[in-house]
Design a protein around this ligand. Structure first.
Ligand code: NAD
Length: 257
C-alpha cells in the first residue's frame, strides 16, 4: 500500500484524486490538505469527494506518515509546499521559470514528477507532434487552439505550452523565440511563428487542437479530455512511480516509459 496525501483536496482535481485513491487497492488515503481557514477544514475527505465516509479529515498540513503527496493547487502554493520534502506528483500548471527552478532544486533531495498534463493520451501525442513537426519542416505554419472551463486561472494551459514546445523542438527551435500568444491589431505572421490561442468558457474539461497549415493540406492533431478522472488515473500512475524513484525531477514520459 502506498500512503498518499492530497494537497488541495477540496479543489476540482483534489476531489477527483481523493476519489481515485479511495477506489484503488494499492493506495491508502492518509490525509488531504485544504487552504488555511477553509470551510472544509476537518471535513471527511471521502464525503468531500462524494465517495462516502473515509474516516480521514481534511487538515492544513499532510500527516507525517504520508509517503507521497499529490498536489493540484496554484504555483505559489506549490512552491511553498516544497518544504514538505516528500516524494511528490505536482500537477499544478502555470509555474514561472523561477518557480520551476525551485521545484528542480527540491528534486535534488526527493523524487518529484512535474506533469502539467497527467493524461496518457496527451503524453503520447507529445511524441506525435514532435515527429510531425520534424518531418513536415518549416513550410507548414503551426497554430494551437486550446479551450478550458471558465474558472481556469492560467492561460495558455500548461498542456498547450507542452505541445507547442514539442512542435518547436521538432524543428530545432526554442518555443520562447517563436511563440505568439493570440493576435490583435496589425500582426502579420512571421515565418516559423507558433501561435497559441486560449478560449475560456463553461465547463470544458480541456481541449487542444494543433494544426500544421501547409499550402496544399492541413494536418490536425487534437485531444479532448472528457472527464477529470483521466487526469486522476495518470496522477496515480505517477504516484506509483515516484514512490519508488530516486531523487530527481521526472516527467510523465518517465512515468509512462
Ligand atoms: P481548483 O481551484 O478547483 O483547486 C485548487 C484548490 O487548491 C482549491 O480548492 C484551493 O482552495 C486549494 N488551495 C489553495 N491554497 C491552498 C493551500 N495553501 N493548501 C491547500 N490547498 C490550497 O483548481 P483545479 O481545477 O483543481 O486545478 C488545480 C491546478 O491543477 C491548476 O493549476 C490546473 O491547471 C491544474 N490541472 C492540471 C491537470 C494535469 O493533468 N496536470 C489537470 C487539471 C488541472
Amino acid at each position: 500500500m502506498i500512503r498518499v496525501a492530497t494537497i488541495g483536496a477540496a479543489g476540482r482535481m483534489g476531489r477527483e484524486i481523493c476519489r481515485a485513491i479511495l477506489e484503488e487497492e494499492d493506495f491508502e488515503l492518509v490525509g488531504g490538505t485544504v487552504r488555511p481557514g477553509s470551510e472544509h477544514l476537518g471535513s471527511d475527505l471521502g464525503e468531500l469527494c462524494g465517495w462516502g465516509r473515509a474516516g480521514v479529515a481534511a487538515a492544513e498540513d499532510p500527516p507525517e506518515d504520508a509517503e507521497v503527496l499529490i498536489e493540484f493547487t496554484t504555483p505559489e502554493v506549490t512552491v511553498e509546499h516544497l518544504s514538505y520534502r516528500k516524494p511528490a506528483v505536482i500537477g499544478t500548471t502555470g509555474l514561472s521559470d523561477k518557480q520551476r527552478a525551485k521545484v528542480e532544486g527540491a528534486a535534488g533531495s526527493v523524487p518529484i514528477v512535474l506533469a502539467p498534463n497527467t493524461s496518457v493520451g496527451i503524453n503520447l501525442l507529445r511524441e506525435v507532434v514532435r515527429d510531425l513537426s520534424r518531418k513536415l519542416g518549416s513550410g507548414y505554419d503551426i497554430e494551437l487552439v486550446e479551450a478550458h472551463h471558465r474558472n481556469k486561472k492560467d492561460a495558455p494551459s500548461g498542456t498547450a505550452l507542452l505541445l507547442a514546445r514539442e512542435a518547436a523542438a521538432g524543428r530545432g527551435q526554442k518555443l520562447e523565440e517563436v511563440v505568439v500568444y493570440g493576435r490583435e491589431g496589425t500582426s502579420p505572421r512571421r515565418e516559423g511563428d507558433i501561435g497559441i490561442h486560449a478560449i475560456r468558457g463553461g465547463v470544458v474539461v480541456g481541449e487542444h487542437r494543433l494544426t500544421f497549415y501547409g499550402d496544399g493540406e492541413e494536418i490536425e492533431v487534437s485531444h479532448r479530455s472528457l472527464s477529470r478522472s483521466t487526469f486522476a488515473a495518470g496522477a496515480l500512475r505517477a504516484a506509483r512511480f515516484v514512490a519508488r524513484a530516486e531523487p530527481g525531477l521526472y516527467s510523465m514520459q518517465d512515468v509512462l516509459s
